[in-house]
Ligand binder design. Structure first.
Ligand SMILES: Cc1cc2nc3c(=O)[nH]c(=O)nc-3n(C[C@H](O)[C@H](O)[C@H](O)COP(=O)(O)OP(=O)(O)OC[C@H]3O[C@@H](n4cnc5c(N)ncnc54)[C@H](O)[C@@H]3O)c2cc1C
Length: 436
C-alpha cells in the first residue's frame, strides 16, 4: 500500500554537463532533434532512460515504420530521409523494422553528429527560473546530476520534462480513457511464403473456442523480415497508463501473459505459423498514448480534414486517424475501423504541422517533439507515427539551436518562423508552402 506521508529530500549534486540544448528521450523524435541541433553547431546532451536509441521502434519492437511519404512526396525530409536511406528502405506503404539494424543506424548518426549522450540515464526533475528551465536533473548509474542548458526539448513521448516544468496537458478522451498498449514481440520459424493470407480470418472461431482470455478483434499483425523471422504487433493491453509505474508493471505482466494465447491462435488456426517460436518480447512496453502537452496551437481533427496549411509550418505529414479502441467490444472496433478507413487521404495529400504545436504555452525555453506535441486525440493518432516524430524532432532541434544562439534574447515563442523554415528547408525538410 502506497504511503501518502512525505519527507524532504535535498542534496548537493554536480553539474556534469553545460550545454546549449538538453534533450530528454532518444526515440525517433529525440534522435532527430539532437542530430539537427548538433549539426547547427549547438552543444547537445541527450539523456536516454533505456539501453539504446529508438524508443518504441527498437526497444519497443514496433515492427513497421508508417509511411515517410504521402504516396508522391517524401515528407520526412532531412534526418528522416537519412535514416530511411541508411536502412535501405523503399517506398512501400509499410516498412518492416530490423530493430538491431535500426539501433546501429541511430548510434552512428548520433556519434557522427558529435552529440553527447548517456544511456540508462533518466530525467527525474527540472529546476525553474521563472518561465525558463535552468537545469535538468538526471539519475544514472553514477548518481544524480544536473545539466545546465539554454534550451530544453521534451522527447520522452509522455511529456515528462514539460510536465515537470508545470506545463498544461490533456490526456486521453474526455473521460481520461487511453488507447491500449501492446507488448510487441519477435518470432522465428514462420513459413511466410505459405501463410494464411488473412491473419484475422479465424478470430471469431478462436473466441468461441476460448483461446483468448479477452477477445480482441483489433490485431494489427506481423512484419516479415525474411529467414522465417517476424516482428509482431499483436495483443492489446487495456486500462494502461504509461505515466504510472504500477500500471506499466501490470501491463508488462499482462503482455507476457497474453503472448502464448496469440501463439496458440496463430499455430492452431492459421497456415504457415505451425512451428513459430517466440524469440523475444520487447524490453519497453508499447505505449500509444499518454499526455498531449498544450502548446501555442492545438492541432485538431479539422486541420486533418482541411489538409491544413500554416504560415509557421515546419513540415507536413500524412497518415490516417488511428485511435485504437480502449474497449474490446465489437462496436468499439467498428468505430475504430470506420475512422481508420474514412479519415485518410488520397495520394499526394498531407496536413501541415505548425511550429506553435511544439511550444508549451507556459514555458519560454522548452519545446516538445514526437508523440506528445500539442494536438487533439485524432491528430495525435496520426502524427505520433515515427516519420512524423522525425519531422517534429528535427524542427524542435533546429528551433532550440536558434534559441540557444540568441543568448537569451529570444524565447521559443519569439523565434522567427521564416528563419526557422529557411534553415529547415536548407537541411532537407519538406516545406512546399515556404518560398525563400
Ligand atoms: C504498439 C505500438 C505500435 C506502433 N505502430 C507504429 C507503426 O506501425 N508505425 C509507426 O510509424 N509508428 C508506430 N507506433 C508509434 C510510434 O512508435 C511512437 O509514437 C513513436 O515511437 C514515438 O516517438 P517518440 O520519440 O515521441 O517517443 P518514444 O519512441 O516513446 O521514445 C521515447 C524515448 O524516451 C525515453 N524516455 C522516456 N522518458 C524518459 C525520461 N524521463 N528520461 C530519459 N529518457 C526517457 C524512452 O526510453 C524512449 O527511448 C506504434 C507505437 C506502439 C506503442
Amino acid at each position: 500500500m502506497e504511503s501518502v506521508e512525505k519527507i524532504p529530500f535535498a542534496r548537493q549534486i554536480p553539474i556534469r554537463y553545460e550545454v546549449d540544448v538538453f534533450i530528454a528521450g532518444g526515440g525517433p523524435a529525440g534522435v532527430a532533434a539532437a542530430v539537427a541541433a548538433s549539426r547547427l553547431g549547438s552543444k547537445v546532451f541527450l539523456a536516454e532512460g533505456h539501453s539504446c536509441f529508438g524508443g518504441m521502434g527498437t526497444a519497443g519492437l514496433v515492427p513497421w515504420f508508417s509511411p515517410f511519404t504521402d504516396g508522391i512526396n517524401f515528407l520526412a525530409g532531412g534526418v528522416g530521409q537519412e535514416i530511411f536511406n541508411r536502412l535501405n528502405l523503399n517506398n512501400d506503404y509499410s516498412l518492416v523494422i530490423n530493430a538491431e539494424h535500426l539501433k546501429r543506424v541511430y548510434d552512428d548518426l548520433m556519434t557522427e553528429a558529435d552529440v553527447a549522450f548517456n544511456f540508462h540515464t533518466q530525467l527525474i526533475d527540472v529546476l525553474l527560473d521563472g518561465k525558463q528551465i535552468s537545469y535538468a536533473i538526471c539519475n544514472s548509474k553514477s548518481g544524480i546530476f544536473a545539466v545546465k542548458a539554454r534550451a530544453f526539448i521534451d522527447c520522452t513521448g509522455n511529456g515528462d520534462l514539460a510536465v515537470m516544468a508545470g506545463a498544461d496537458f490533456e490526456k486521453g478522451d474526455k473521460d481520461g480513457a487511453l488507447m491500449p498498449g501492446t507488448l510487441c514481440s519477435l518470432w522465428s520459424n514462420i513459413d511466410s511464403e505459405n501463410r494464411s493470407p488473412d491473419h484475422r480470418a479465424m478470430l471469431e472461431k478462436a473466441f468461441v473456442d476460448g483461446v483468448f482470455s479477452i477477445p480482441d478483434r483489433h490485431v494489427p499483425g506481423m512484419g516479415f523480415l525474411g529467414a522465417g523471422i517476424a516482428g509482431a504487433n499483436i495483443g492489446h493491453i487495456y486500462d494502461l497508463d504509461g505515466t504510472d509505474d504500477e500500471s506499466i508493471t501490470r501491463g508488462l505482466l499482462r503482455g507476457r501473459k497474453i503472448v502464448p494465447e496469440f501463439e496458440r491462435y496463430y499455430k492452431e488456426y492459421l497456415k504457415g505459423y505451425e512451428k513459430m517460436t517466440l524469440t523475444a518480447t520487447a524490453s519497453l512496453l508499447g505505449v500509444r498514448e499518454t499526455r498531449r502537452i498544450t502548446g501555442d496551437y492545438v492541432m485538431t481533427l479539422d486541420d486533418f480534414k482541411n489538409r491544413a496549411c500554416f504560415e509557421d509550418e515546419i513540415g507536413r505529414y500524412s497518415y490516417p486517424v488511428d485511435i485504437h479502441p480502449n474497449k474490446n467490444d465489437p462496436e468499439s472496433y467498428k468505430q475504430f475501423h470506420e475512422e481508420f478507413t474514412s479519415l485518410r487521404y488520397e495520394k499526394g495529400e498531407s496536413y501541415g504541422i505548425p511550429y506553435r504545436s511544439l511550444i508549451p504555452c507556459s514555458l519560454d525555453n522548452v519545446l516538445v517533439a514526437g508523440r506528445c506535441i500539442s494536438t487533439d486525440r485524432y491528430m495525435q493518432s496520426s502524427v505520433r507515427c515515427m516519420p512524423g516524430c522525425f519531422i517534429t524532432g528535427q524542427a524542435a532541434g533546429t528551433a532550440a539551436s536558434m534559441v540557444a544562439d540568441s543568448n537569451g534574447k529570444k524565447t521559443t515563442h519569439g523565434i522567427d518562423a521564416r528563419s526557422l523554415q529557411n534553415t529547415l528547408k536548407d537541411t532537407g525538410a519538406y516545406l512546399p508552402n515556404f518560398k525563400k
